[in-house]
Design a protein around this ligand. Structure first.
Ligand code: ZN
Ligand code: ZN
Length: 334
């Protein structure tokens, strides 16, 4: 079972030094490997939102859509979302002959599932693939039925019923926990236009949180409106519960699609901003934050520039989490 370690990536090491929080953020965001000895490891295979954007402008941070590989101490393989990044992960898992894979789907928007039909391990006889995700409360369709749609013969040549591996679909309800070896994966409903579960992966000593897509709810009513107060109460309670789910985690991977300026015309689209993510990470007292779901029209240099501006604008001097841009190929150990 492949593990990332010092021997494998010695050339790419970045060791934490006692820099100020701000200096850490700036010094590390462009690093390929950010590794510390530890039991829980993960790798970004796709960090882009909405649509894959290959090209010279996105080579640095990567053009594939959401996919994260997580490894437990006993070789457990957990995959978060199946955007186009899962294609290359599948090739690696094939090389390793990995045959037990647990895939957690946040929601079924294309950028989180579109790589699944091309995920080679699902075609290998004998492989055991467990797929988890929420039931859609409006259509009542489970994760299997919804994923089958993108493998309809009009869209893909192989149908779900023809897969040669043993694929098991597991519908989750909010708050449900799943044990995968030494890992506990728990779900939480994050705000998005369709049902979207984020997941916490906990190995007993370290924890990683992935929000899937998420927008901090905004009150649609003006403060003078009679409906404002009741709405605000619900929003405040939900924010509190969301921060509690994130609280004290070692790593938070959070949807950070927009700048503050972009967000002014995108309320309700279901995505977070640089400022909202940094604020939440600070309030939840998380240790490291990876901003992800990068806006597809943003080049590498534009991404770094809006990130730098957000770090400057939100700078505080104490208890600041380490804040980084998620980057395709970046491997992290906890
Ligand atoms: Zn998305
Ligand atoms: Zn979405």
């Amino acid at each position: 079972m492949q593990r990332w370690g010092r021997a494998k990536s010695a050339a790419g090491f970045v060791v934490l030094s006692p820099l100020s929080a701000h200096a850490k953020s700036v010094a590390l965001y462009n690093s390929q490997t950010y590794f510390q000895e530890g039991s829980l490891q993960f790798k970004f295979w796709g960090v882009r939102g909405s649509i894959a954007v290959p090209g010279s402008d996105t080579l640095g941070y990567g053009g594939n859509t959401t996919c994260i590989e997580v490894r437990g101490d006993n070789g457990e393989i957990v995959v978060l979302d199946a955007g186009t990044g899962i294609f290359q992960l599948g090739r690696q898992l094939l090389q390793e002959s990995a045959n037990q894979i647990h895939l957690f789907i946040s929601h079924t928007h294309w950028d989180h599932i579109q790589g699944l039909p091309m995920f080679k391990p699902i075609f290998v006889p004998g492989n055991q693939i467990q797929i988890y995700g929420p039931v859609d409360p409006l259509s009542q369709l489970g994760i299997q039925e919804r994923l089958a749609m993108q493998m309809d013969r009009h869209f893909f040549p192989v149908q779900q019923s023809d897969l040669q591996s043993q694929v098991t679909f597991n519908d989750l309800v909010e708050g449900q926990s799943v044990k995968v070896g030494s890992l506990t994966i728990s779900s939480f409903l994050f705000n998005h236009p369709i049902i979207n579960f984020g997941y916490k992966i906990d190995d007993g000593s370290k924890s990683l949180i992935f929000t899937g897509d998420h927008e901090w709810p905004v009150n649609p009513h003006a403060p003078s409106d009679s409906a404002f107060a009741a709405n605000q109460q619900v929003i405040d309670r939900r924010r509190h519960e969301t921060l509690e789910f994130m609280a004290n985690s070692d790593v938070l991977v959070i949807d950070t699609a927009y700048t503050e300026e972009e967000y002014t015309t995108r309320h309700g689209w279901g995505h977070g901003t640089f400022d909202s993510s940094i604020l939440a990470a600070r309030e939840a007292n998380v240790k490291k934050v990876f901003l992800t779901h990068h806006e597809p029209t943003r080049s590498d240099s534009q991404l770094e520039s809006v990130f730098q501006a957000a770090i400057e604008r939100n700078r505080v001097t104490t208890n600041e989490p380490i804040i980084l841009l998620a980057k395709e190929g970046l491997t992290v150990g906890l």
